[in-house]
Design a protein around this ligand. Structure first.
Ligand code: 5GP
Ligand code: ZN
Length: 112
């Protein structure tokens, strides 16, 4: 946990968010500025700065992706499709420095 990290504050319930999923290691909540009809962020409860800080043995990315896939099924957007996305650094527009996977779906997405 990082004291001044926005997503750590959301995990600690110091800042409110609409929760989509939670277990002992993963927290997921709806994005405040949705870029699609369904836009959920999946974060590890343990603070990790970015995808650049992750090593394969952590298993954190596969864990987040697994929870995102299961949530997509729960929200029934797996029927029509969805996108999982990770931004890193300024060129990609990463704004919050706590690792997160975006789950986007529920409508046609612009093609990358
Ligand atoms: P990034 O640009 O770093 O990949 O994604 C950060 C995301 O966090 C953005 O899509 C932004 O809308 C979302 N976000 C920023 N502040 C808040 C907040 O206070 N609450 C919620 N629910 N989402 C936030
Ligand atoms: Zn954090």
């Amino acid at each position: 946990m990082a004291d001044d990290c926005l997503f750590c504050k959301i995990i600690r319930r110091e800042i409110p968010a609409k929760v989509a999923y939670e277990d002992d290691q993963v927290f997921a909540f709806y994005d405040i500025e949705p870029a699609a009809p369904v836009h959920v962020l999946f974060v590890p409860k343990k603070h990790v700065d970015s995808i650049q800080s992750v090593s394969e043995k952590d298993g954190v990315l596969s864990m987040l992706a697994d929870r995102a896939v299961k949530t997509a099924e729960k929200l029934a957007i797996d029927q029509t499709g969805y996108r999982l996305l990770v931004n890193y650094g300024p060129d990609a527009g990463q704004t919050v420095h706590h690792l997160h996977i975006h789950l986007l779906g529920g409508g046609k997405l612009s093609h990358l």
